[in-house]
Design a protein around this ligand. Structure first.
Ligand code: SF4
Ligand code: SF4
Length: 282
């Protein structure tokens, strides 16, 4: 959407391509508090959206969300949306309170990334011991954790084979986890989260680095490796970072980032440590 009236033009084009007079759900991608208003000033999309609903071209509207949780609450309070799609899994429960709020206001909650983009296809360390869960059922645990949240209406999980579809259906049909298991996992992840934040909060104040080192991402992956025990995922993603030339090996110790870090982390030193661990065996 760039110009006034773009939403209307796009919608008419989409209906034509779909060969439909109207659609049940119309979803807006990547809506946050700022772009909700900025885009409207530029394109008048809010007016066009209400008009499309009044005319029956669209029955229900919703949005996918990547902003801070408070922004979801604020967007829900505007009363325009009937559905929100957001990230949620047992490794990342940032949106939990906002999801509860949305559900309490009758807004449907759709979760994307229930297996954490593949991170939870293996069990973080300590989970098997605490829950008695086997490593083979890691994805099932992740799906059933999300399914245990009463505020979740729909869970979206990427599947690329019939076998995966069958496995996921079987997992969900087993129903929610026992409340004690949910609490165990949540408590362990909260503990890991606190440990990880002691190291780097991911605030990004250290960026940009003149050498293009993605400092917060390197530390995040180092945390996945050392705190959560997600070795395969951490090393695979670090290899990807190396492919983009954003890994820690490019640090020239210029120290530009040091004074910007509110955690006073000795960044160049920690980067060396992270690189040695994450690139081992590469
Ligand atoms: S010390 Fe390293 S990471 Fe920090 S700004 Fe300089 S090159 Fe980038
Ligand atoms: S400024 Fe410090 S705490 Fe923030 S992302 Fe960079 S290294 Fe992490």
């Amino acid at each position: 959407l760039e110009r006034q009236g773009d939403l209307r033009r796009m919608l008419e084009h989409q209906l034509q391509r779909l060969d439909r007079d109207w659609v049940h759900f119309y979803l807006f991608h990547g809506i946050g508090w700022d772009n909700f208003w900025e885009l409207d000033a530029q394109t008048g999309w809010i007016r066009d959206m209400f008009r499309a609903q009044e005319e029956g071209l669209v029955r229900h509207v919703g949005f996918s969300f990547h902003d801070e949780p408070q922004a979801m609450i604020d967007l829900v309070n505007l009363g325009w949306a009937e559905l929100v799609t957001c990230q949620y899994n047992y490794l990342d429960r940032r949106n939990e309170v906002a999801m509860r709020y949305a559900a309490s206001k009758g807004v449907a909650v759709v979760v994307m990334g229930p297996v954490g983009g593949g991170r939870l296809a293996v069990l973080p360390k300590g989970v098997a011991e605490r829950t008695g869960w086997s490593a083979q059922s890691a994805a099932e645990l992740a799906l059933r954790f999300v399914a245990s949240n009463p505020d979740v209406d729909v869970m979206l999980s990427g599947m690329n084979s019939v076998e995966m579809v069958e496995q996921n259906v079987m997992a969900v049909e087993k129903g929610p986890l026992a409340p004690a298991q949910v609490q165990e996992i949540a408590a362990l992840m909260d503990y890991y989260g606190r440990l990880a934040k002691l190291y780097c909060t991911g605030c990004q104040y250290c960026l940009p680095c003149p050498q293009n080192v993605n400092i917060p991402r390197v530390f995040e992956l180092f945390n996945y490796l050392t705190v959560y025990g997600l070795e395969e995922y951490a090393r695979r993603e670090y290899a990807r970072l190396m492919g983009k030339g954003q890994d820690a090996s490019h640090c020239i110790e210029c120290e530009t980032c040091l004074e910007r870090c509110p955690q006073s982390l000795p960044i160049p030193e920690r980067l060396k440590e992270a690189h040695a661990a994450l690139s081992a065996g590469a």
